[in-house]
Design a protein. Structure first.
Length: 112
């Protein structure tokens, strides 16, 4: 709990997140630190996003979060996606669905 509190979570935030996803208490300190650093500093989603969707902490930062975040940011910066795309949904998609919807669909625009 101390580690989560060091990122600004209140006790209520932690309890609420734990009720939604009890496995967050089994994540290593190193992974929590890396994930929270990304969510709070790199992506600028903030505490509310992570506490609302604590299962985000269970995904692989290197294999899922960063690659999918990067793809959606590139597509948004080119005006191909709305700014209000639900990133929670993006991270939960099966790999094939993500590739189909966000990579294959737009690959021609970037191969020119």
């Amino acid at each position: 709990m101390e580690l989560y509190m060091s990122f600004g979570w209140s006790e209520d935030d932690i309890v609420s997140a734990f009720k939604k996803q009890p496995q967050i208490m089994a994540i290593s300190k190193d992974k929590i630190t890396r994930m929270m650093d990304f969510f709070l500093n790199e992506s600028r989603w903030g505490l509310s996003f992570v506490s609302r969707y604590p299962n985000m902490l269970l995904f692989s930062l290197e294999k899922t979060i960063i690659p999918r975040y990067s793809v959606t940011r590139v597509l948004m910066s080119h005006g191909l996606l709305k700014r209000d795309v639900n990133l929670h949904t993006v991270f939960h998609m099966k790999e094939e669905k993500f590739l189909e919807k966000y990579v294959i669909k737009y690959q021609e625009k970037f191969l020119k």
